[in-house]
Design a protein around this ligand. Structure first.
Ligand SMILES: NC(=O)C1=CN([C@@H]2O[C@H](COP(=O)(O)OP(=O)(O)OC[C@H]3O[C@@H](n4cnc5c(N)ncnc54)[C@H](OP(=O)(O)O)[C@@H]3O)[C@@H](O)[C@H]2O)C=CC1
Ligand SMILES: CC(C)(CO)C(=O)C(=O)O
Length: 306
């Protein structure tokens, strides 16, 4: 990147941006604004490494999946943490080369919902990248919406197929239905009002919602993902391409812990976490047989009581 710049490629935009890049050990100086974009399980290490480089009035914006804002705020304080939700698709292709696969929802907000000068400025900067970026007073609503969708993306990564083809598989609808319902029930138990985006409709997975509404949302997610050059999720890439651990513990297992604390059962999430571990550890392949094991759990949890 230092030699050639950062190359953004793909159907959305193509350009080369000159940048100054440094590995963590070579970073010098103190900064006011830090955008954190490491995988969720690296958040704590990264925050500890960057903290000495954060100005007294500096802050960290979490451009990640998961509830990383909780981890960051625990380490450096609520006042130095800003929430962010990103749903566009990007793949690392090679050093200095990134595929920008599609535009999608982006939102930013203070953790307590206030509209401060600094969050307005971050929103202005994000809008250069994504003109429809939202400045929100409910960032937790977006983060929990993404957790609902994210749990489904982890399920799609159990197979070799694209996100879209997974969502379009009518036989596997109970998987997406059960995962969405477990996550949305947990969000509500924590007093969060989850928000929707790009086909994901939180109301469709709320307690008491009709199966028809959930089917419409899953179909909308299949359609949305049909039009991206990033055909597979980051989770799938971690397993199939990068051959490394996924964010499943930091992003998904944590939902089961929060659900348990609220007295909510999460059999689908528990099974999903186990199956992802099985693939990470080489005990199972990415295959529809693996997804079918999750289907067995989900079909029994979503089947109406006799
Ligand atoms: N890619 C996408 O389309 C989307 C991603 N997200 C979320 O965004 C976050 C980032 O994802 P993504 O960009 O795809 O991930 P990548 O793995 O491509 O990038 C993460 C980078 O963080 C680096 N890193 C790891 N630990 C540290 C550390 N302690 N200090 C400094 N750098 C570190 C990694 O280096 P190295 O490779 O050397 O380990 C890697 O370059 C994740 O939470 C993901 O779920 C959200 C929406 C879409
Ligand atoms: C699929 C995507 C880009 C969201 O649409 C994502 O969040 C991921 O790859 O983890």
């Amino acid at each position: 990147m230092n030699r050639d710049g950062l190359s953004i490629e793909g159907p959305v935009e193509a350009f080369v941006q000159p940048v100054r890049a440094a590995t963590p050990d070579a970073v010098e100086g103190r900064f006011t604004r830090v955008i954190l974009a490491v995988k969720a399980h690296h958040t704590l290490d990264a925050v500890r490494a960057l903290a000495p480089h954060l100005a007294d009035d500096g802050y960290v914006v979490s451009a990640q999946n998961g509830l990383n804002e909780l981890v960051i705020a625990e380490e450096i304080g609520d006042a130095r943490t800003i929430g962010c939700f990103v749903n566009f698709g990007a793949d690392w292709l090679a050093p200095g080369r990134i595929l920008f696969g599609n535009r999608a929802h982006v939102a930013v907000g203070e953790l307590d919902g206030r509209e401060t000068e600094r969050v307005r400025e971050i929103h202005r900067l994000l809008s250069i990248f994504e003109p429809k970026a939202v400045l929100t007073d409910n960032i937790w609503g977006y983060l929990w919406g993404k957790l609902g969708y994210g749990a489904m993306l982890f399920a799609t990564a159990l197979t070799p197929a694209s996100m879209s083809d997974n969502f379009a598989s009518a036989r596997h609808f109970p998987v997406f239905h059960a995962l969405g319902r477990e996550v949305m029930a947990t969000a509500r138990a924590r007093g969060v009002s989850p928000l929707g985006f790009n086909g994901f409709d939180p109301e469709a997975f709320a307690p008491g919602a009709s199966e028809e509404a959930a089917r419409a949302s899953v179909a909308a997610m299949a359609e949305f993902n049909r039009h991206t050059a990033k055909t597979h999720s980051g989770v799938w890439r971690d397993l199939a391409v990068r051959k490394r651990k996924t964010e499943v513990d930091a992003q998904i297992a944590v939902i089961a812990e929060l659900a348990h604390a609220a007295g909510i059962e999460t059999p689908a999430i528990a099974r999903l976490v186990d199956l992802v571990h099985d693939i990470e550890d080489g005990r199972r392949p990415q295959s529809f047989d693996t997804l079918d094991l999750l289907l067995d759990t989900c079909a029994s949890t979503t089947r109406p009581a006799a």
